[in-house]
Design a protein around this ligand. Structure first.
Ligand code: M6R
Length: 610
């Protein structure tokens, strides 16, 4: 959602800020702005509603030659997305500028108090109270004034503060909204996400909740709100700049779909105990005894991550023989969940910032439950809040529609299932068989994707004009049907539904008429025969059967109007191959409809509000 960038150092701040904001475009936003200054000010503020390029185009020429600045992309919560409401916000005396991610819950009380002291508010935002509080408390020490202001604020924040009283200094604080510092040579950067920094430095510091950092060109110091010094470790970003650039691809979504052979390989690297047919996973923070004592696994997630978790629950039950259930995070968090010591909780999140997933995991932890994070973004809030976990290693995912993270999440969870299974009923031989099938996946995926491009472009031409598309699958491919439907609906805006195939006859069959596209996931597994019956039912109602199946499956080929072939694999791994053509189909359909593929309407990459 909202994005933050800040810079202090010898270079010109404006181009760094604008470039940083562009790297955060994928998060979703509806306005943007920058504030910079030289010497003792005044603070130059420039904001626009709409795309960053509009804001950039309207910048004065020549650009102000400033070496400190803050910038923001806003996704409206309090007040419409217009120039006045966009950040940075100034104190009413113009001395303090702030960018803020999060929500000040007690802003109306604070506004009332500040108004009674003569402060005039210009915007509808909650944020505007922050610069005014800082200005009110300033007595010669910006960091101290920020801390005093934060003591009054209830809610969540990632903020960067700049003041004319202390030029060449930024004060940064975090509570619930991510903040990462970038350490350069005689310069410092700050952002809400690492992609905004990587062009300048790989040395980063992830700020924790309740931490405050003061940055100037000589470096940074970190303290808590009570002014106690905190020693922070400097981490190294372990991915490359090219990973957040489109390269030869027209869209990030297509690039990320085709990156899957590579991301799967990365997720597997170093995670095999070949001899023992086992998975090697560091970072779980579970003793062998705790592993042994697991009696239930509850997975918590939203959206695509929920689908990956649902598919994984089949694998966990099959391999680990542990009852597994999946909870939508937004439901779990308000349900007063019954938490017990022998349940292992898994929070699954690509971004590691999803508000509902974070809140659900905190609720479980508050009741004494142990929560592992299955997360992509290193140093993200969920990763830090977890009691242990697995990084899925899919590399940065920029397109709003999640693709490579889905298969990487599933991979990490399959490895976890194998590890638990090997402590129980899975033999070394069975483990090795699974490992071999996992090793073959990258090549198989590559061939599916290569062949799928043309076929899915053609099929997309047909689906683009469908008012409704139904996706059906059984067993482990029921979640694949849900994911296929979510992918197509979110990027093409076509109404889609993903169901357990047998559920169709309990109601949704009423939607099928002449030519209704129904996409079946039908690998040659133990449910093959059952899915074939559902295909017959659709055929009988003149629905158009599009089937994803395995080579040599003559019965499905004979029934289907369109047959999409994917290679056979271990029965528990078929979702990896079945989902790939569905991702391509979603992409090409959206493209043919002229949709904004990487930034579909109304969506944000990470949903950091309720
Ligand atoms: O970052 P997370 O995995 O926690 O995000 C969860 C969902 O918001 C996300 O998967 C969403 O459904 C995507 N738009 C799906 O493509």
């Amino acid at each position: 959602m909202c994005g933050i960038v800040g810079y202090v150092g010898p270079k010109k701040a404006v181009p760094i800020l604008v470039q940083g904001l562009k790297r955060l475009e994928y998060r979703g936003y509806d306005s943007s702005g920058i504030a910079t200054m030289n010497g003792e000010g005044p603070i130059f503020v420039h904001k626009r509603a709409g795309r960053i390029r509009e804001m950039e185009r309207s910048l004065p020429s020549p650009l102000p030659s400033t070496s400190v600045g803050i910038a923001h992309t806003r996704w409206a919560t309090h007040g419409p997305p217009n120039e006045v409401n966009s950040h940075p916000h100034l104190s009413s005396d113009g001395s303090v500028a702030v960018v803020h991610n999060g929500i000040v819950e007690n802003s109306s009380t604070l506004k009332k108090m500040l108004r009674s002291e003569g402060v005039v508010f210009r915007s509808d935002t909650d944020t505007e109270v922050i610069p005014n509080l800082v200005a009110r408390f300033y007595e010669g020490d910006l960091e101290a004034a920020v801390k005093k202001a934060l003591h009054l604020i209830r809610g969540t924040y990632g903020i960067v503060v700049m003041s004319t009283a202390e030029p060449g200094r930024l004060v940064v604080a975090r509570n619930g909204s991510p903040i990462v510092l970038g350490v350069g040579d005689d310069e410092m950067y700050v952002a809400s996400d690492a992609p905004a920094l990587i062009a300048h430095t790989r040395q980063v510091v992830y700020l924790g909740d309740g931490e405050v950092a003061t940055l100037d060109s000589d470096g940074f110091r970190t303290t808590d709100l009570e002014d106690r010094e905190i020693d922070k470790q400097i981490d190294e970003i372990d991915w490359e700049l090219e990973e957040i650039e489109k390269g030869e691809f027209p869209h990030f979504m297509l690039k990320e779909i085709h990156e899957q052979p590579r991301s799967i390989l990365r997720g597997l690297r170093g995670r095999f105990e070949r001899e023992y047919g086992d998975a090697r996973l560091g970072g779980l923070n579970l003793t062998p005894r705790e592993f042994f004592d697991i009696r239930r696994i509850t997975l918590v997630a939203c959206g695509t991550s929920y689908h990956a978790a649902l598919a994984a629950s089949y694998v966990l039950e099959d391999l680990a023989r542990v009852p597994s259930n999946v909870e939508i995070a937004s439901e779990l968090r308000y349900r007063n969940p019954i938490v017990d010591a022998k349940t292992l909780y898994l929070a699954v999140s690509q971004s590691g910032e999803t508000a509902d997933t974070l809140a659900a995991m905190k609720e479980v932890q508050r009741k004494g439950g142990k929560v592992l994070g299955i997360v992509n973004v290193v140093g993200s809030t969920i990763a830090r809040q977890s009691d242990g976990g697995i990084y899925i290693r899919s590399g940065p995912e920029v397109a709003v529609a999640s693709t490579k993270a889905y298969t990487s999440q599933l991979l990490a969870l399959v490895l976890l299932a194998l590890k638990i299974g090997r402590m129980r009923d899975v033999s070394a031989g069975e483990g090795r068989e699974l490992l071999e099938a996992l090793e073959a996946l990258p090549e198989q995926l590559r061939s599916v994707l290569d062949e799928g491009e043309q076929a899915m472009t053609k099929l997309a031409g047909e689906l683009a004009h469908a008012p409704f598309v139904l996706f059906l699958g059984r067993g482990i491919n029921y979640p694949t049907a849900m994911e296929g439907a979510l992918k197509l609906k979110e990027v093409s805006y076509i109404q889609c539904e993903g169901l357990a195939a047998a559920e169709m006859k309990h109601g949704p069959i009423a939607l099928i008429s002449d030519g209704t596209p129904v996409i079946f996931l039908c690998p040659m597994d133990q449910l093959h025969e059952k899915t074939l019956s559902n295909m017959e039912e659709v055929k009988a109602r003149k629905g158009r059967v599009i089937a994803v199946g395995n080579p040599g499956d003559e019965r499905v080929q004979a029934l289907a109007d369109v047959f999409i072939e994917v290679p056979r694999t271990h029965p528990l791994l078929s979702p990896f191959l079945m989902v790939a053509p569905l991702q391509q189909l979603a992409y090409h359909t959206a493209l043919q409809l002229g949709r904004d593929v990487d930034k579909p309407r109304n969506l944000a990459k990470s949903v950091t509000v309720e």
